[in-house]
Design a protein around this ligand. Structure first.
Ligand SMILES: Nc1ncnc2c1ncn2[C@@H]1O[C@H](COP(=O)(O)OP(=O)(O)OP(=O)(O)O)[C@@H](O)[C@H]1O
Length: 296
């Protein structure tokens, strides 16, 4: 069954398309990484999927229904970010009780165990939690709700290294015991690579790539060679990324099936895998080169 279907989904805000005819489908239970640079449209997409915001045009369906202000979607899909707000009058204990009443698959035992493990006090107020503790508490809500569609937007914001590790481990363990569709946006792809089954890379409100992690790891190859030999080989070929290394060498990332690879090997050049995180950066780079160019 399709959990999410977006077809030409567009969201226009203040004269700009935050989402621009974005299309993709998610089927079955998977952990999917939603990757993109700042402002790519990740939060906008997830807020539309959660039913908080309506689309400007195009089709968006969650569990085959339009999500906007849809009760079935509200109770079966959760969106967790570091901006979650709760009534000032509620203590953490009250919030957990309210969440238990709202989400049909809520796991009280899991919520209580995580609550104790991360040393929360039942009478604390959400507003007064530190940034990292807020993210940790919100994570508890996201996991214990066991929603069929669980969306975490930059969930580890403010968490220290040890809590981040705990979060990813708890997420994986709970997912294995209770498979569901989990969408995880983060800038730290390298940190959650082992957790993800696939990624959706978005840029300027459009899907650039939707691949399994295995395919992503084999999507491109990096070539390093003497600039005067490699650069002519790259001319007229599709190059994902190219940069000078020192005075005499060039590094280029090309698709794994590019004819350049064979030619480069014939010249004795070194080739190697392109780490998924680097590939995502290359595919969404706004210009060739990097920050160093600013200082030239
Ligand atoms: N409430 C809003 N009103 C107007 N424009 C908005 C609003 N929220 C987001 N935008 C714009 O929509 C675009 C996409 O923003 P969005 O927050 O979805 O990106 P993102 O990928 O989540 O970024 P980040 O990684 O920085 O959180 C940006 O150009 C942003 O300025």
């Amino acid at each position: 069954m399709k959990v999410i279907e977006c077809r030409d989904l567009t969201k226009r805000m203040i004269g700009r398309n935050a989402l621009n005819q974005l299309s993709f489908t998610l089927e079955g239970d998977k952990i999917t990484g939603l990757i993109g640079r700042n402002g790519a449209g990740k939060t906008t997409l997830m807020k539309i999927l959660a039913g908080y915001w309506h689309e400007t045009s195009g089709k968006v369906e969650v569990f085959s229904e339009r999500p906007f202000q849809n009760l079935n979607v509200s109770v079966n899909a959760i969106y967790v970010d570091d901006q979650m707000k709760f009534s000032h009058t509620l203590t953490l204990e009250d919030i957990l009780k309210e969440a238990a009443r709202f989400y049909p698959n809520w796991d009280t035992v899991l919520a209580e165990r995580l609550f104790d493990y991360f040393s929360f006090h039942p009478k604390e107020k959400h507003d007064y939690l530190s940034k990292g503790k807020k993210s940790t508490f919100n994570m508890i809500i996201g996991l214990a709700s066991r929603c069929k569609l669980t969306m975490f937007d930059e969930p580890t914001t403010g968490m220290d290294a040890s809590v981040r590790k705990d979060f990813y481990r708890a997420l994986l363990k709970d997912y294995l015991a209770h498979p569901r569709t989990i969408l995880l946006s983060s800038h730290h792809l390298e940190e959650m690579e082992d957790l993800l089954e696939e990624i959706i890379l978005i840029d300027e409100g459009q899907v650039v790539l939707h691949e399994s992690m295995d395919e992503l790891k084999e999507y491109a190859l990096g070539i390093t060679g003497r600039a005067e030999i490699l650069e002519p080989l790259l001319a007229d070929e599709e190059v994902i990324y190219e940069t000078r290394v020192g005075d005499y060498s060039t590094y280029a990332a090309v698709k794994s099936d590019s004819p350049v690879i064979q030619k480069a090997k014939q010249h004795g050049m070194a080739t190697g895998p392109v780490p998924p995180n680097d590939l995502c950066i290359y595919l969404t780079a706004k210009q060739k080169g990097g920050i160093d160019d600013v200082f030239k």
